[in-house]
Design a binder for this molecule. Sequence first.
Ligand SMILES: [Zn+2]
Length: 306
Amino acid sequence: MLIFNLEFLTTEKLTMKSSFIAILFCFFAVSIVEAQERPLNIIMIGAHPDDCDIKSGGTASLFVEMGHNVKFVSVTNGDAGHMEEGGGMLAKRRIAETQEVARRLGVAYDVLDNHDGELLPTLDIRLQIIRKIREWDADVVIAPRPNDYHPDHRYTGVLVQDAAYMVGVPNVAPDTPPLSKNPVFLYFQDHFQKPNPFEPHVAIDITSVIDKKIHGLDAHVSQFYEWLPWIAGYADEVPEGKEERKAWLKEKRGGGINPAVRKSLEKWYGKAKADQMKYAEAFEVCEYGSQPSDEELKRLFPMLGK
Ligand SMILES: [Zn+2]
C-alpha cells in the first residue's frame, strides 16, 4: 500500500513536472509566434479614387511606417468627377492619380471598373469586394457608413457590410479562397446624424504625418484643385503655384478635432498627449465581422497610445 502510495506520488509529481514543462514550452512557443507575427493587412474601401485618402490617408501612412500592408480600393473608376472631362479619359487620368498616391504614401491602390455616380449594391459588385478582401488576407477592413449624402458612398457602405460575413463562406466566390478568420470591419468618420451619429471607437493621432497625407491628396489634381472647388463654388480660391495650393489644401482639408473624437483620443493616448494633438482620424467598429476587445484594437492599430 505504502509502495503504491509512493508510486502514486511519484507519478503525480512526474505528471506535475511534465505539465510545468508543457506550460513553459507553450509560453515560449506563443512568445516566438508573437515575435514573428506577420505584418497586418489593412484594406480601406471607398467609393471614389480619393475617398480613402481623405478619410484615412494619415492612418494609412502610420501603418506603412510601422511596416504593415495597406491597400486602398476605389469601388468606382471616378469617370463622372469633373466639370469638363468625363468617361474613359477621365477614368484613366484618375487611375494615374491613384498610382501617384500609392507611390507617395507607400500603399497599394486598386480601382474597380464600375461607373462613378451610378453605383448600386449588386451581387456582382459584392463579389468583387469579397475577392478584394480575401486576396489581401485582410485583418482590418474600413469603409463608409451606409448613411451619407452621396449614393456611391452609401452603397459602398452597404456592399462592404454585405461582404462582412460572406468573406468566410467558401461557396460564395469559390474561385478565391475564403478567409479563415473574419476581419474586424470599421467605418470611416462622417458627420451625418440620422438615423444615428458616428461613434469614434478608435481615434488615431495623425499630427506627425499630416504633411504626408496632404502630399497624397495633392496627387489628385483633377479633384482637389479642379472638380471639388468647382462643384462646391470656391474655384476662385485655388492658388496658382504648386506649393501655395498645397498649403491651401492643408488649410482646407486638415480638419479639426471634434469633442467626441478628442474624448476618444484621451481614452487611447491619455489626456496630456491628446491635448497636444492637432490632427486625427477616427473609426467606428461595425457590428458585423469580428468584434474586437480594446486589447485586440490595440493589436490591430499598433500606433494607438504611441
Ligand atoms: Zn467620394
